[in-house]
Design a protein around this ligand. Sequence first.
Ligand code: UDP
Length: 540
Amino acid sequence: QSQELSQVQIDYHAALQALVENGTRMVCTGRMHTDRICRFESLCYSTEAEEFVYFHSNASVMLPNLGSRRFQPALLDLSSVEDHNTQYFNFVELPAAVLKFMPKPVFVPDVALIANRFNPDNLMHVFHDDLLPIYYTMQQFSDLGLEARLFFMEGWSEGAHFDLYKLLSNKQPLLREQLKTLGRLLCFTKSYVGLSKITTWYQYGFVQPQGPKANILVSGNEIRQFTKFMMWKLNISLEESSSEEYIVVFSRTINRLILNEAELILALAQEFQMKTITVSLEEHSFSDIVRLISNASMLVSMHGAQLVMSLFLPRGATVVELFPYAINPEHYTPYKTLTTLPGMDLQYIPWQNTDREYTVTYPDRPWDQGGIAHLDKAEQERIIKSTEVPQHLCCRNPEWLWLFRAYQDTKVNIPSLIRVIRRTVKSKPGPKKQKWSGSLYPGKVRDAKCHAFVQGTSEAKLAVSWQIPWNLKYLKVREVKYEVWIQEQGENTYMPYILSHQNHTFSENIKPFTIYLVWIRCIFNKNLLGPFADVLLCST
Ligand code: UDP
């Protein structure tokens, strides 16, 4: 690796002099540690201290300059998981003058993206916490192109899916351990620290039980732009007119098994009159799985990380997620949330085993695979009798009950499963040739005007007119409506109207010698609400 780093020749003495004279320069985005990403020039890292170092000089910059708030609790989150106290980033400060007493710096010439992976051995975490956030952080900053280099500082080894991380840039990503071999003091010429959280859709239950994030900001379009990039890197071309439609059963081979998988495959093939194939992470290469899933009509799988591969499904496909006995599908929804993101255009169908006879438990396995032998008899008894895992927080004791139930094997009740799928999939499942389903919102209505008519001392009318939103003349919209709110000045309430035309004369509840505020917005296709135009003041 060290040869690789020195490929780009830099003038060492000039670089060292610049570091001593200019020190470190940092400018960040974000108001809180949870939404901050920082850009640095000359950020250093001591591989002995395992700390980042900020060098002060006359020319150094530190924005935000938080003082001791930098430790409350940290400058930023180094992983995409929100406010996780094992994932904080900070640096220690030194005057640049002490560089002359320190080990000779080794300069990293590549533009660096420095971050933590959250759980690189679990495929759901790999995509959700790392790959998508890294991809879109790189999209956010133009000098993080394919020639940038990723630095993973969480301290794990490569992990089971390192090949996927390698697709994000043309340079080999480096791990914290490997930095030691490069030198005692590394200085990143240009670097970005932290990851964008804008694409994440799930929170794992550290402060409240797991579930969809409160404010999801990603849609199917951005997910699919990412999968398109991954498929391009994997050399997989999307077969436009796939010859045959088929169902994929994604099986697990180590635990949480489907015990009657052969029977399940036959039943699916027969019911839907489609070829049905199985894949597993153990028996197929990642590329093969992507190739198969990207053309599948339906994906059937036990709840588990492998289901994140739904993000490669074509529009219109169906995802069937199987839950073991006592595991409530509504409490574990990372894949439901993914597949039902706006614009993903997938159908999601959960199925749960509700039959105790059809579940196989493993009380004698190690605790992290659901074993309960280490617990006292009464506790074991309680767990074995359980019929539903109550909602719980992540990653702390006692979640024995959850693990015990999560690692059951299941004999799938085939008629029950087919019934559940048939409630949603009436004919053949599968990727329909999709018309573009992106939805565009109206702009403001234009040139709104009002005109009052007063009849005597007790009656009045208000004629209001406006022009169509500017963007409408370029669009084909099925239905265009206008919403008008009329509010008497000083009142809290208003009268709402939905109208089809660009003018209307209001007479009910309109009083003479009164000032009305009139709010108008356009609505496309019933639910695409545009912005209100500037309020119109109308005096009768
Ligand atoms: N895994 C697998 N086959 C198995 C069991 C697990 O490929 O039989 C993978 C799984 O997809 C995930 C990792 O191993 O990437 C960790 O699995 P675990 O059961 O811990 O997590 P979960 O799937 O419940 O998220």
